[in-house]
Write a protein that binds this ligand. Structure first.
Ligand code: ADP
Ligand code: GN1
Ligand code: MG
Length: 357
């Protein structure tokens, strides 16, 4: 791999790159902070985009550029209200190095911070507001977006991958996982029934983010208020319920996504209420009755899908998600399953709260 300074030098930066340091805990891309020479504050974010996961990086960057330009026309501060893509010196939105790696740069949003978990209802409220604002900003974006990952939240496609993974049993782990596989199979028809409503057009198609965990939003470091949605690689056309679902999976969890202590994992109604208040304060009048009806269920859907994806990756021998230790994907599976059962137990309560709003 070329050295990072040479790679950064391919982009139209406002000076020479000084220090470049790794950042973050993302499971898919590699992220770095670029400080310009002589400066100690970062000015840019450099990312190596995982082109196995995202097979068409140029189209993905084109999605991001077009949607962020659209959002910029709607926010009071275009440099902090969304990402700003910095092109390469040849005008492309990415740079492909000699080893076939794809790189992209965006402006570092100064005075921002992100969180790994929501521990106050105020933060959950801001997060809900953030997703609501994002959905509203893109609601009149009518141009087609390319599908950056095939069937990303399409459970019909995920079941096809799942059946193939079980059949392949690449890591020889299937025999020891009958309980976990049962968790998936016992809910299969219920989850398919939901997705069929989207396939049949009963649930509408919108521009969606698809990776709305808390760390993919930036907040103002000074006052905690919402700035913008980031990590826009998975933006595609789908149902907004993917986004509320993934957000509920993330914001309402009282433990970590990969908590080994299952007693810590569960769904917090307080965070749920705060998140929904924030989200619906922007989106209430935009949603169709069927979207409203499935708002609470969306958390179950995406958490279920996440259990399936972590378990499937474990069955495949850990080829998709970055892992820190050999059983990591199985630990994630158990923690997300605990969260799922906790959500299931609170579904009626969640629905009642949404009605009350
Ligand atoms: P990954 O795909 O690895 O999850 P992200 O795009 O989510 O990468 O970035 C990882 C982290 O880097 C974010 O959670 C956030 O803390 C920080 N970050 C990313 N982009 C920016 C930006 N433009 N300005 C400031 N911080 C950023
Ligand atoms: C991945 O890239 P990152 O870390 O924001 C994954 C999400 C999962 C998430 C689980 C492209 O998100 O779908 O929900 O991990 N992104 C992709 O934490 O697969
Ligand atoms: Mg991220």
């Amino acid at each position: 791999m070329q050295d990072l300074k040479t790679i950064a030098g391919q982009f139209a930066l406002k000076g020479a790159a000084g220090t470049i340091k790794p950042l973050g805990e993302g499971f898919i891309n590699d992220t770095y902070l670029i400080c310009l020479e002589g400066e100690s504050e970062p000015s840019y974010i450099l990312q190596r985009k995982n082109h196995i996961v995202f097979p068409d990086v140029p189209s993905m960057m084109d999605n991001i550029k077009r949607v962020t330009e659209h959002i910029k026309t709607k926010v009071s501060d275009p440099l902090r209200g969304t990402l700003t893509v910095i092109p390469a010196r040849d005008g492309k939105l990415y740079y492909k190095d000699g080893d076939g790696n794809y790189w992209a740069v965006c402006l570092f949003i100064k005075g921002s911070r992100s969180y790994d978990r929501a521990d106050t209802p105020e933060l959950a409220y801001q997060g809900g507001l953030g997703l609501g604002c994002f959905h509203k900003q893109v609601s009149d974006f009518k141009e087609p977006l390319s599908e950056t990952i095939k069937g990303f939240h399409n459970i019909r496609w995920r079941f096809q991958q799942w059946d193939e993974a079980i059949e392949r049993d690449a890591a020889g782990r299937v025999a020891g996982l009958s309980e976990e596989i049962g968790w998936i199979e016992s809910r299969r028809s219920n989850m398919m029934a939901f997705w069929e409503k989207f396939e049949n057009g009963i649930i509408p198609t919108r521009v969606t983010h698809n990776d709305t965990k808390i760390s993919n939003f930036l907040f103002d470091a000074a006052d905690g208020s919402l700035l913008c949605a980031i990590d826009l690689d998975t933006m595609m056309s789908s149902t907004m319920l993917n986004d509320t679902g993934d957000a509920l999976r993330s914001y309402t969890n009282t433990g970590a996504e990969d908590d080994k202590d299952l007693d810590k994992v569960g769904m917090s109604m307080d965070m749920f209420k705060a998140y929904m208040k924030g989200y619906l304060s922007v989106m209430k009048d935009e949603l169709s009755p069927v979207e409203m009806e499935y708002l609470a269920f969306s958390g179950l859907y995406i958490t279920y899908e996440q259990v399936l994806r972590f378990l499937m990756d474990y069955i495949d021998g850990d080829t998709y998600y970055k892992t820190k230790y050999p059983e990591h994907n199985l630990v994630r599976t158990h923690a997300q399953y605990k969260l799922l059962t906790s959500m299931e137990a609170r579904l009626d309560e969640m629905n009642a709260f949404i009605k009350s709003l």
